[in-house]
Design a binder for this molecule. Sequence first.
Ligand code: HEM
Length: 132
Amino acid sequence: MPDYATIRALHLTCAALSIGGFVLRFGLMLRGSPLLAGRAARVLPHVIDTLLLASALVMVWKGGGMPGRDAWLNAKIAGLLLYIVLGTVALKRGRTQTQRVVAGLLAILVFAFIVSAAVLRSPLGFLAPVAG
Ligand code: HEM
């Protein structure tokens, strides 16, 4: 089993690939590109997101002792579910272009929230100053 630092690096790489890939597919959707239906656009996101979640779970299992970790981890899990739902609305389920654009922008915002919850180690993430 690779050490914690390696798993963490994999997690960060997959997080970057996940949002990078999403923004690319969002752009393809806006242009009505047939590439969105291509093999790479359909398969790669699943591989990346599975690795992102698997690396997260290994860190949860291996790590520990970090104070208040459960709270921001729960916030990240909730955020991840929301990011996935918004992502499918943006790329597939949204019935109008407006619905898709709004969902896509919200997905990017939720992703930024997840990163902020991780970096700030706070379940409120970048909302902490607003929530007081
Ligand atoms: C889109 C989804 C996710 C993104 C963008 C993301 C992003 C990040 C980032 C940026 C860090 C580094 C934080 C820092 O040390 O400054 C991190 C660490 C971590 N994340 Fe995630 N994460 C995601 C999903 C998850 C999920 C679902 C879990 C748990 C179930 C999780 C568990 C962890 C853990 C345990 C760490 C390690 C903290 C440490 O040891 O320093 N992540 N994540």
